[in-house]
Each structure stands twice: as structure tokens, then as C-alpha cells.
Design a protein around this ligand. Structure first.
Ligand code: 2P0
Length: 356
């Protein structure tokens, strides 16, 4: 395991802090871990951080020994989630041994564990809140490494806009970190999330990627073809070339799902409505709209489009049978602290205020 940063400067901790973070969607997918500790990715990835869905997490350290309390969406977290939260808190507590047990309250204003990257936003928000509550000052790379140990996609949600997560080469993961590529305002694309099933997925990403790499006959090709996809996407983002980004993102998505489907036993995250939505998006593009699809480890379909294409993309997807609702997301900011009294746009509070 990467050693925690030894000389992180401390300021007087408040013992309590609240942070928000947003999920991200990968344009070039992370699917598979290389050997070693702490979710070392087998491949790099490129993502966009979304602003229309928010995780809000409050952490309070009690200054006395005891069990951590982890509350997710108003109920005690399941044992596996609680263990992952405790592992991240323990890493941070090794830098602030007097912190004691913690109370963690986290809520999502979108479906949890349904292929909408709630673990990315959840662990990014937890890290930022706990760091502040403990009075730590981590570097961006330290934060990335700690977030990655909790969830491979979480480092990407630390940053806003377009982000690249490096797979790195070192055994200890020191170079497996996320860095911003382009700010959200520099290419303000939109993402329409077509929610097809709100239930938690049956096969988690960790298990899905492990099985895919271990058993799919295409695993070697997935890894060998990945650097070219990353280079293509990087260049498309640098030059704001929508058609080029569309081509590489759809190819990466289909390749990832082909890998999962070809595992033994095969993993099929899609439902019928997923396939219908993919066809609808391709048809919209053939009609001249700037739009492409991506799908993560779940049935929901994400349509990435320009502002000009947004009204017709929304209209077409909302008409599809099997699409329960749409969530429209601008590109968003990275994980950040909430000051007392401050609200996060997109948080449950602000939505209630807006009457949404
Ligand atoms: C991605 N996914 O790049 C890919 C595509 C899902 C599909 O990263 O085991 O929850 O915590 O490292 O981060 C979801 O995987 O997995 C994911 P762990 P994580 O967005």
C-alpha cells in the first residue's frame, strides 16, 4: 500500500466538515485492475464530471475511541460500504491519531449503486470532508491516491470538467493519479442520463471487472488497444472535436461491454430499453445532431451532446418506452468543501428550494 504522506502540514482541526462531489462518466472506460494494492487500474481512463447529481457528505470526528457510524441516504450503510468507508478513514487517521471514531452521514440526490458512479462521488466527498475535519493539507496527488484506494473512479470526481486518470506503472501506485484535462467552461457539453432501472445492479463493478479480465478471451486486446483510445480522446478534447470524441467514446463503451459480456459467466448490464436508447441516439446523430452515447456498469444510458442538440435529445429519449426519467447534467466542478450555511447547486436542499 502507498505510504500515507508523512509531512502533510496540519492546521487546527474543526473536527467536523461537509463536502459535496459529483459523479463522473468515463468516455474512455476504466475496466480492470492490475496486480497490487489499492485499486491499481489496468488501463487509464478519461471522464467528465457531472453537475446535475450530487453527493453531500458530513464527517465528524469524536476525539474518542469507538466504532465509526456510517449513514447512507438516511439508513445505516451496509457492511461492505461501511468497511470501505472505515478503510479510507483509517488511512487519514494514521495522519491524525487523536481523531477517534467518526460519524459519517452521506446522501445522494440520485440512485445509489445503479451504474451512476455513486461510489466515485461518495468517496471523493468523504475524502475532502474528512481531510478538512482532521485539519490535513494533502497534495492533489496524495488525495488522488487515497481516493483511488477507496474506489478506482473516485479520483476523477476530485476534479471538474474533463479528467484523465493514469493507470501508472509503479507497483505502489504513486503514478496512478487523476489530473484535469480541460475545464468545464472550456467545452460546456451536456449529458442527458436516461434512467432505466433505479435498483442496485446485481454485479458490482469490482467483481465485474475482475471476472472480465480473468476470463474474457478479449482481455488482452482490451488492454493493448487502450492507449490509442486514450490518445484519440485526449486529442479530441484538446481540439474540441465532437465527432472524434463521439467515435472513440462509443467504441470504448461497446468494447467494455463486449469484454463484460464475453466473461465466463457473461455479465450483461443492459436491459431492453438500454438497447433502444442506443439506437435512438445513433439515429439522432444520423439526423445531424451532435450526440453520442455511453453506458457504465448498469442499464442507464448517458447521451452526451452540445447545448444546441439538447432539446431534441431530451424529447427523443423521454418518449422511449422503458425510460423512467431523465436527469440533465451540465459539466461540473470537482469535490469541494461546503462552508457552514453554504448550499451546493444540485443538492437536495437547492432542488427543494427550486421546487424541482
Ligand atoms: C468507469 N466504471 O471508467 C468504469 C466504466 C464502471 C464502468 O469505474 O472497484 O466503482 O471501486 O475501482 O470505481 C466503476 O468502478 O470500481 C467504474 P472500483 P468503481 O467509470
Amino acid at each position: 500500500m502507498t505510504a500515507p504522506p508523512e509531512h502533510a502540514p496540519r492546521r487546527v482541526p474543526s473536527g467536523e466538515a461537509c463536502a459535496v462531489a459529483h459523479p463522473n462518466i468515463a468516455l474512455v472506460k476504466y475496466w480492470g485492475k492490475r496486480s497490487g494494492p489499492g485499486n491499481l487500474p489496468a488501463v487509464g481512463s478519461i471522464s467528465m464530471t457531472l453537475d446535475g447529481m450530487t453527493t453531500r457528505t458530513r464527517v465528524r470526528f469524536l476525539g474518542a475511541a469507538g466504532d465509526d457510524r456510517v449513514c447512507l441516504d438516511g439508513a445505516d450503510a451496509d457492511a461492505k460500504t461501511a468497511r470501505r468507508v472505515r478503510a479510507l478513514l483509517d488511512r487519514l487517521r494514521s495522519l491524525a491519531p487523536e481523531a477517534g471514531a467518526a460519524e459519517v452521514e452521506s446522501s445522494n440526490d440520485f440512485p445509489t449503486g445503479a451504474g451512476l458512479a455513486s461510489s466515485a462521488s461518495g468517496f471523493a466527498a468523504l475524502l475532502v470532508a474528512a481531510e478538512s475535519a482532521l485539519g490535513l493539507h494533502l497534495t492533489d496527488d496524495d488525495r488522488s491516491r487515497l481516493a483511488r484506494e477507496a474506489s478506482g473512479s473516485a479520483p476523477r470526481s476530485l476534479h471538474g470538467g474533463f479528467v484523465e486518470m493514469a493507470c501508472g506503472r509503479s507497483d505502489d501506485g504513486r503514478d496512478a493519479v487523476a489530473r484535469p484535462l480541460l475545464a468545464a467552461d472550456d467545452w460546456p457539453l451536456k449529458v442527458v442520463v436516461a434512467v432505466i432501472r433505479e435498483e442496485e445492479k446485481e454485479i458490482g463493478s469490482g467483481e465485474g471487472m475482475q471476472r472480465s479480465l480473468a476470463t474474457s478471451p478479449y482481455a488482452g486486446s482490451w488492454i493493448a488497444s487502450h492507449p490509442a483510445d486514450l490518445e484519440d480522446a485526449r486529442e479530441a478534447i484538446r481540439t474540441r472535436d465532437f465527432a472524434r470524441l463521439a467515435a472513440v467514446a462509443e467504441a470504448s463503451c461497446l468494447k467494455m461491454h463486449a469484454l463484460a459480456m464475453s466473461a465466463r459467466p457473461g455479465i450483461l448490464y443492459w436491459r431492453g430499453a438500454t438497447v433502444e436508447a442506443l439506437h435512438a441516439i445513433v439515429a439522432l446523430r444520423q439526423e445531424g445532431l451532435d450526440v453520442f452515447f455511453t453506458v457504465d456498469a448498469g442499464p442507464q444510458v448517458k447521451a452526451v451532446c452540445t447545448e444546441a442538440s439538447l432539446p431534441r435529445v431530451r424529447a427523443r429519449l423521454s418518449d422511449l418506452p422503458g425510460v423512467r426519467r431523465l436527469i440533465v447534467c451540465p459539466l461540473g466542478r470537482g469535490a469541494r468543501l461546503l462552508r457552514p450555511g453554504e448550499d451546493a447547486a444540485g443538492s437536495p436542499e437547492s432542488r427543494r428550494r427550486e421546487g424541482a
